[in-house]
Every structure is written in structure tokens, then in C-alpha cells.
Design a protein around this ligand. Structure first.
Ligand SMILES: [Mn+2]
Length: 283
């Protein structure tokens, strides 16, 4: 499919959690005139603790560079995990432009503020140490989740349940970890007379009008595997990469296993709606 623009954020290349294969599938399915990388693409924070760099992650970088070379507009807006890039506001590296923020004009004339968004997160802004601790804990959860997925496959449970997604939704409610992130972004775009914001950072995809402005979040590629695309008429759409492949992969697997009704041991657990990966990836 060809779209006018693709917006992705929070890929976290260099970490074990990065779902590079998923992203490659998505990039294969979607060609575009513009590709906006909205922060935390390469995770330098986590790479300080140890690098996990796979061939698929390499291919992601190569595909992006290739798109830029072939005349697509590629813009990188650094996030907090790749904040070293923030020194290069306005610089172009080869064919990739680096900007702290950017105002994108859609095909139907709407003006969207593009930025990663961590500057609107009270936790990372004022309590960096807390954010780093949260980050280590999150890595641990994602790793635990891989074991849980293996167990689910062993028990022939179709689909995917995200422990990290579940924990995040609980933590968010309990500690208000990102309590007024969305509100402050909405307030900021309204103040600037823009039509909306497209951001990332909190790993929670969204596309919803809030009064006279539109709040859009790209989500992430470590857990939910989501992206935003702009169609040629200017319409924005939230793409959940796991939806496209979930049905065809899950059905034959269950049939081959010969189990019509697998034991529903995890059915009492809530679905986050942001889970990624009915596709069976080698672990
Ligand atoms: Mn971030």
C-alpha cells in the first residue's frame, strides 16, 4: 500500500525488546512519500547497559537509509533515549533531516506538531533517575513476557497477552506515571493554534479528537507494534501491525495442533488491546 506519510516512534533499536521483524513486515507493506521517525528509534540509554543488535535491526536501519536515498523524505525527531541526536537540530545526515520538532501539513491542510513528547512527561523531565529505574524494570518485564509467551505457545494458546502492557496500565493508574502527558500536549497545541499533535514516548498508541484538536500517538515497536499513516487524502489511520497477520497464522497453527478448544487458562486476565505478535517468532 502506498501512503503519503508514515509516523513511527519508540522502536528502541539496540534492545532485546525491539520487534524489528514486525517493523520490517510493516515497512514492506507500506511505501510512503514521507517517513517521520518520532524519537527513541535507537536506544542509547539501554545500550550503555549492553547492546542487543540483531540482523533484523540492521536491516531496519538499511531500509530506512535506502528510502532516504531513493527520494523519500525521512526526518528524525530525537527522543529521550536518543537525546544525543538533539545537538544536531537542523542538520542533515546524508538524506535524513534531524529536527527537534516539526509542523507537518497534511494533504487536507491540517497542521500537526510532531515531537517525541518526553518534555511533557513530568517524570522524565524532573526525575530522570526514576525514569531510568522504570526503564530497567520495563526491560525485565519484557523479558519475563517472552517466557510467558513461550508458555502460552506450549499450552497452544493462540494470540498474545502482554505482561508489560498489563503492568503499564496498572502502574499508570496507581502512580500516575504519565498522568497528565496527554493533557499537557493537547493544551500546548491548542495554545499554538495547531490542529493536532503526533507524538510518541509513552508507548500507548492513540488517534482521537479532543475538542477542537486531535491527539495522535504512534505507540511503539517493543510491545504494541503500532504506527500512524497519512493517506493521500490527508486522513490519518492507526495501524496495529499484529492485526494483519494474527488471523492467518493463528488458525492453521490451532488446526495443525488438532486442538479445537485450547485450555483457557489465561482467559481471566485482561487484554491490553495493544498486544503484538500472534506470529510465532523464534526466541
Ligand atoms: Mn521516550
Amino acid at each position: 500500500m502506498h501512503v503519503r506519510s508514515i509516523f513511527i516512534s519508540d522502536v528502541h533499536l539496540g534492545t532485546r525488546a525491539c520487534q524489528a521483524d514486525r517493523l520490517l513486515d510493516f515497512l514492506r507493506d507500506y511505501e510512503s512519500d514521507n517517513l517521520f521517525l518520532i524519537g527513541d528509534i535507537i536506544d542509547f540509554w539501554s545500550m550503555n547497559r549492553g547492546i542487543h543488535w540483531t540482523p533484523a535491526q540492521n536491516t531496519v536501519v538499511q531500509k530506512i537509509l535506502r528510502r532516504a536515498r531513493h527520494g523519500q523524505r525521512v526526518m528524525l525527531i530525537p527522543g529521550n533515549h536518543d537525546e544525543a541526536m538533539r545537538e544536531y537540530d537542523g542538520v542533515s545526515f546524508g538524506d535524513i533531516e534531524v529536527r527537534l520538532e516539526h509542523i507537518h501539513l497534511t494533504a487536507d491542510g491540517k497542521r500537526y506538531l510532531l515531537l517525541h513528547g518526553d518534555e511533557f512527561d513530568q517524570v522524565t523531565r524532573y526525575h530522570r533517575w526514576l525514569a531510568v529505574i522504570g526503564d530497567v524494570g520495563y526491560d525485565l518485564l519484557v523479558r519475563l513476557n517472552a517466557s510467558l509467551s513461550r508458555l502460552r505457545r506450549l499450552l497452544r494458546r493462540p494470540g498474545y497477552w502482554s505482561l508489560a502492557g498489563y503492568a503499564k496500565s496498572r502502574v499508570k493508574r496507581a502512580v500516575s506515571f504519565v498522568f497528565d502527558f496527554e493533557d499537557s500536549l493537547i493544551h500546548a497545541v491548542r495554545e499554538r493554534g495547531l490542529d493536532g499533535v503526533i507524538c510518541g514516548h509513552i508507548h500507548s498508541a492513540a488517534l482521537r479528537p479532543v475538542g477542537d484538536v486531535v491527539y495522535v500517538n504512534c505507540g511503539d515497536w517493543v510491545d504494541s507494534c503500532t504506527a500512524i499513516v497519512e493517506h493521500h487524502d490527508g486522513r490519518l489511520e492507526l495501524i496495529r501491525a499484529w492485526q494483519a497477520v494474527a488471523a492467518p497464522v493463528a488458525a492453521p497453527a490451532a488446526a495443525a495442533a488438532g486442538t479445537a478448544s485450547p485450555t483457557p487458562i489465561f482467559d481471566d486476565l485482561p487484554q491490553t488491546g495493544l498486544a503484538c505478535g500472534a506470529k510465532i517468532a523464534p526466541l
